[in-house]
Design a protein around this ligand. Structure first.
Ligand code: IMP
Length: 205
């Protein structure tokens, strides 16, 4: 069976291929399936946005004219940073926080400023990822994963992207940006959600 992942991100494609390896799926990206869509992710939850993306790609595959793609299962993900002291913000607005084009050095400095005076557990935060699967018969599944930490007092580390320099991982004594990408993929929110989805697909398909 074909599995189409609703992303154009090559790192995400590599990760899904690794985690789903050994399952009887022929995995391809949205682009490889010939789908080019601009999807409005306007839900208030990660789950809602992941489902919006997966359903949109599923509908496009139905309209594609390819018998193979009409039978494909579609996966989509949505993720972001949740900060308890900010009521879960930036959450689903993580990419849009302070404007899509604003640099993460500025976004990260602003978050650290907003948490000034907070200590210990008051700085609790996590990356969360939800993966949605939509089947050709309309069935839907979701799986989620978290990467728990606290907001650092200052950014640290050069690896990763986005909010990685400010998510300090007490268990590892470093920020997510100080982990190598291999280390991060093994323990990240997306890795956990994909692994959870693999288990669901194994029992469902
Ligand atoms: P997406 O759903 O993977 O596109 O992620 C949305 C936004 O969440 C990104 O643009 C980042 O701002 C943030 N984000 C998600 N995952 C991570 C991560 O692993 N590190 C840093 N930022 C992340």
């Amino acid at each position: 069976m074909k599995l189409v992942f609703a992303t154009g991100n090559l790192n995400k494609m590599r990760e899904i291929r690794e985690i789903m390896s050994g399952l009887d799926f022929d995995i391809c990206s949205m682009k490889e399936a010939g789908i080019d869509l601009d999807i409005d992710e306007n839900a208030e939850t990660f789950e809602g946005n992941a489902l919006i993306k997966a359903r949109a790609v599923r509908n496009a595959l139905d309209a594609s004219g390819s018998e193979e793609l009409k039978k494909a299962v579609v996966l989509a993900d949505d993720s972001g940073l949740e900060i308890d002291a900010l009521g879960g913000a930036p959450g689903v607005y993580s990419a849009r926080f302070m404007g899509e084009d604003t640099g993460y050095d500025i976004k990260n400095a602003e978050i650290i400023k907003r948490l000034s005076g907070k200590t210990g557990k008051q700085r609790a935060a996590r990356f969360r990822c939800v993966i949605a699967a939509v089947f050709p018969d309309g069935r839907e599944l979701t799986a989620s994963g978290c990467f728990e930490g606290v907001i650092a007092n200052a950014p640290g580390g050069e690896n990763g992207f986005g909010y990685d320099p400010i998510l300090f991982l007490p268990e590892y004594g470093m920020t997510a940006a100080q982990l190598s990408s291999e280390e991060k993929n093994k323990i990240s929110h997306r890795g956990k959600a994909l692994f959870e989805m693999r288990k669901l697909l194994e029992t469902t398909c």
